[in-house]
Design a protein around this ligand. Structure first.
Ligand code: DC
Length: 225
């Protein structure tokens, strides 16, 4: 039997985090924000003074990462080593560190089982870069959500501006392009659609439209039973 998983992959800023959260809430399923694990590792490494080149130390840290996720209305709260870090791991700097540690095979290996452990009989919406290709290759529904780089930068700019952060659109576009390049070109688990994924370009679609498309696939494939 196929595992009860919906895999949502795509580049930074494609909206997959928002969509995955809404989908999980609507279906009453659990959520795996796999990017948060890479962010947490980069954040913890900085706290412990571990360089992002130190593969041995990162591997050990990844294997023992003391983290808890608490489901909250429409999202989740994350506690790392007893400290609330939900918002602290969302900065561009931590995202960049996450993209660096995510390129290391030993780190991906150390985090693999931890991601699979999120799955239980309740059902799981998993969002990331390799959910459909590597972590849950037997997922009965795989979505590859994408959007043009300019549109993704514009969305991120709006988000950060709303939070009062001082950023420029040009610098965000630069960062998105650098991260896309690193995530798609790395040797292990590069960002790419699974052969059996539905590719959805959200550049011209609203969140509601994307959600509707995915929910119609969920109903068509009868995977919630
Ligand atoms: O989705 P995000 O921006 O929170 O992810 C942060 C970084 O982690 C991103 O640059 C790529 C990496 N990542 C990954 O390699 N594999 C995943 N399944 C999720 C994220």
């Amino acid at each position: 039997m196929s595992p009860k998983v919906i895999a949502i992959d795509g580049p930074s800023g494609s909206g997959k985090g928002t969509i995955a959260g809404l989908l999980a809430r609507q279906l009453g399923w659990k959520l795996l924000d796999s990017g948060a694990l890479y962010r947490l590792l980069a954040f913890a490494a900085r706290n412990h003074g571990i360089s992002l080149n130190n593969e041995e130390a990162l591997k050990t840290l990844a294997a023992h990462l003391d983290v808890q996720f608490f489901a909250e209305d429409g999202g989740q709260r994350i506690v790392l080593e007893g400290e609330e870090v939900t918002d602290l791991i969302r900065t561009e700097q931590v995202g960049d560190g996450a993209s660096q540690v995510a390129a290391l095979p030993c780190v991906r290996e150390a985090l693999l089982q931890r991601q699979r452990d999120f799955l239980d009989e309740q059902g799981l919406v998993a969002d990331g870069r390799d959910m459909g290709t590597v972590v849950f290759p037997r997922a009965p529904l795989k979505v590859f959500l994408t959007a043009g780089a300019e549109e993704r930068a514009r969305r991120r700019f709006q988000q950060l501006k709303d939070k009062g952060e001082d950023v420029t659109l040009a610098s965000l576009l630069d960062e998105i392009r650098t991260r896309d390049e690193r995530d798609t070109q790395r040797a292990v688990s590069p960002l790419k659609p699974a052969a059996d994924a539905i590719v959805l370009d959200s550049t011209e679609l609203s969140i509601e439209q994307v959600l509707e498309r995915i929910l119609s696939e969920v109903a068509r494939r009868d995977i919630t039973g």
